[in-house]
Ligand binder design. Structure first.
Ligand code: ADP
Ligand code: PAZ
Ligand code: K
Length: 262
């Protein structure tokens, strides 16, 4: 008998949650939401109050122990299931972790790569070999991961996200104040210059990683993008980046299914 499954992704800005009808890739989404970290205490009595109780949950958390504990309090207060969190390991669910210290890799990065690998394999036509991948997470920070065709995580970049870049510029200068501008190829005012600078800094780093993977692996990578600010980046990306809002949740579903069958 399958029972509902709760997936949770806690980043440095927001907690994202999604309730599925079962713990397997492709499960039907029953409810989802996102809360800024300051508002986690309201989950049990708020958005979670009327949900069916999940039989199990799995999450990833990079926001620190205090935030994880606050989330666990909400989970056990509201639901009859044990909080479980993915730790990055030397390998799981088709990804081999090439980090110098595999457990130090952010769990969100590890899980997103697992979700992406599953998606890439599912999209392959019969007889088509697995492809290398570039996986981009646009959250508080930006990460750009390289994975070869065998599923080995080769390494990844960490950059400041849009918000951190703008706040750093504002605090480090007299004449720059955080404005909201437009992305322009040739910005002619400060607001547009700042917004475009941040956007193209990320786009440029991503394009470089695509080049690195292409020449290292000798094949065109499958490119996936996710994260709260992914929609801002998708329109300026050259080439075919697939924006997959649910990549981390997809990875949690893959891991939950694998763990249940092992
Ligand atoms: N409702 C929103 N409107 C505009 N931007 C948002 C919104 N929510 C998130 N963002 C952007 O996305 C970033 C956070 O994305 P998210 O994936 O939640 O990050 P994290 O996983 O680090 O918590 C923020 O830095 C912000 O730029
Ligand atoms: C790189 C990150 C800060 C990204 O966090 P996020 O933007 O999702 O909040 C997080 O994955 C993290 O703390 N990683 C640990 C260090 C590492 O991956 O090398
Ligand atoms: K994240």
């Amino acid at each position: 008998m399958s029972s509902p499954f709760l997936a949770i992704d806690i980043g440095n800005t927001r907690l994202k949650w999604a309730l599925y009808d079962s713990a397997r890739p492709g499960a039907a989404l029953q409810a989802q939401g996102a809360e800024f970290l300051d508002h986690i205490e309201r989950l049990a009595d708020g958005p979670w109050a009327d949900l069916p109780s999940p039989g199990s949950m799995l999450g990833c958390v990079v926001a620190g122990d205090a935030v994880r504990r606050r989330a666990e309090e909400q989970i056990v207060e509201r639901f009859d299931c044990t909080p479980r969190w993915v730790m990055s390991s030397a390998g799981e669910a088709g990804i081999v972790n090439g980090y110098d210290h595999p457990t130090r890799l952010g769990a969100d990065r590890f899980v997103a790569m697992i979700g992406a690998r599953h998606r890439m394999l599912a999209a392959a036509k019969p007889g088509q070999p697995p492809r290398p991948m570039v996986v981009v997470l646009i959250g508080t920070a930006v990460t750009v991961e390289a994975i070869d065709a065998d599923g080995k995580f080769l390494g990844g970049l960490i950059l400041p996200g849009h918000g951190i870049m703008l706040r750093a510029l504002e605090s480090g200068t007299a004449g720059l104040h955080v404005p909201t501008g437009e992305v322009r190829e040739f910005p002619t005012n400060t607001s547009d210059a700042l917004t475009s600078g941040g956007t193209y800094a990320i786009a440029g780093a991503v394009e470089r990683m695509v080049q690195h993977v292409r020449s290292h692996c000798g094949a065109e990578p499958a490119c996936y993008m996710t994260g709260g600010a992914g929609w801002k980046m998708a329109p300026v990306m050259n080439g075919h980046f697939e924006l997959v809002e649910s990549l981390i949740m997809d990875g949690l579903l893959v891991i939950a299914r694998e763990r249940a069958s092992n």
